[in-house]
Design a protein around this ligand. Structure first.
Ligand code: CP
Ligand code: NVA
Length: 297
């Protein structure tokens, strides 16, 4: 069984197939209604979640699998029990271990000690399930190979997966961040190694002429204490109407959500006629079905 810890795990052809399958699942969900029959899928959350929690559970149920949802308060990953033992125990019951964690290292430990497929539902390094939905949403607007996609804000987990995934599928990727908040250089290098084009800058001119403008919160889960200091640093990078208007007149706006309206995005952009953030949220469901199917191939 394959793991899905990073958007790069399946290679360029595998990611291309994953996004295509997500689109096919969206068009014909009934065709996939028993594809996971008899499978048991564990969904573990160490942090809050709305989209990931609901889309992953429903994706499993709508394909005939049985989901078991677990929280940190009951499992005590790394506190009540070691990551290694949790992996070896859950492996006896479950076919898939889909985990949302703080440290990406916990996912690597799980994958090392479980035969079940391990799926990353968000870590400090990546959010690959989000990226598959993002790529599907972009392709509903224009082909990735023709798209200039500008991510504005914090060079975080969501940024890493979007940047690598978009670059893998031929998009012209731009990342615009305040000084000191650039994406991890390892992910920039990975994007380029995989043949992609990525430009990282501190200049908001990186939004000019983009086909897609994407942002995420300035302080991720676990960084709440930095919220106030970051607000000042990130203020010039707010996606407001004047920033959004620097992009193409046909450009779409994306946000993985939850949004902090008034911080990284204003209401007028979030609710703009060209905002696609709720399509993006819906696409999490179709994307997760494709990801579940892919781990059994
Ligand atoms: N976008 C996303 O992962 O949302 P949740 O944190 O609500 O799951
Ligand atoms: N970067 C955000 C994404 C939430 C879906 C976080 O990690 O909190």
């Amino acid at each position: 069984m394959r793991d899905f810890l990073s958007v790069a795990d399946l290679g360029v052809d595998g990611l291309r197939t994953l996004v295509d399958v997500a689109g096919q699942v969206k068009s014909n969900p009934e065709r996939y209604s028993d594809r996971m029959a008899g499978r048991a899928v564990g969904l573990f959350f160490m942090k809050p979640s709305t989209r990931t929690r609901v889309s992953s559970e429903l994706a499993a149920v709508q394909m005939g699998a049985h989901p078991v949802v677990l929280g940190q308060h009951e499992v005590g990953l790394g506190t009540r029990e070691s990551v290694k033992d949790v992996a070896r125990v859950l492996d006896r019951y479950l076919d898939v271990l889909a985990f949302r964690v703080f440290s990406h290292g916990d996912l690597i430990d799980l994958a090392e000690h479980a035969n079940a497929a391990v799926i990353n539902l968000l870590s400090d390094a990546e959010h690959p399930c989000q990226a598959v939905a993002d790529l599907l949403t972009i392709e509903e607007h224009l082909p990735l190979a023709k798209a200039t996609v500008t991510y504005v804000g914090d060079g975080n987990n969501v940024c890493h997966s979007l940047m690598v995934g978009g670059a893998m599928l031929g998009a012209n990727m731009r990342v615009v961040t305040p000084l000191g908040h650039e994406p991890d250089a390892r992910f920039v290098e990975l994007s380029r190694l995989l043949g992609g084009h990525v430009e990282v800058t501190n200049d908001i001119a990186g939004v000019d002429g983009a086909d897609v403008v994407y942002t995420d919160v300035w302080a991720s889960m676990g960084q709440e204490s930095e919220q106030a200091s970051r607000a000042e640093t990130f203020a010039p990078y707010q996606v407001n109407l004047s920033l959004f208007e620097r992009a193409q007149p046909s450009a779409i706006f994306l946000h993985c959500l939850p949004a902090h309206r008034g911080d990284e995005v204003t209401d007028e952009v979030a609710d703009h006629a060209r905002s696609r953030m709720f399509d993006q949220a819906e696409n999490r469901l179709h994307a997760f079905k494709a990801i579940l199917l892919s781990v059994f191939e």
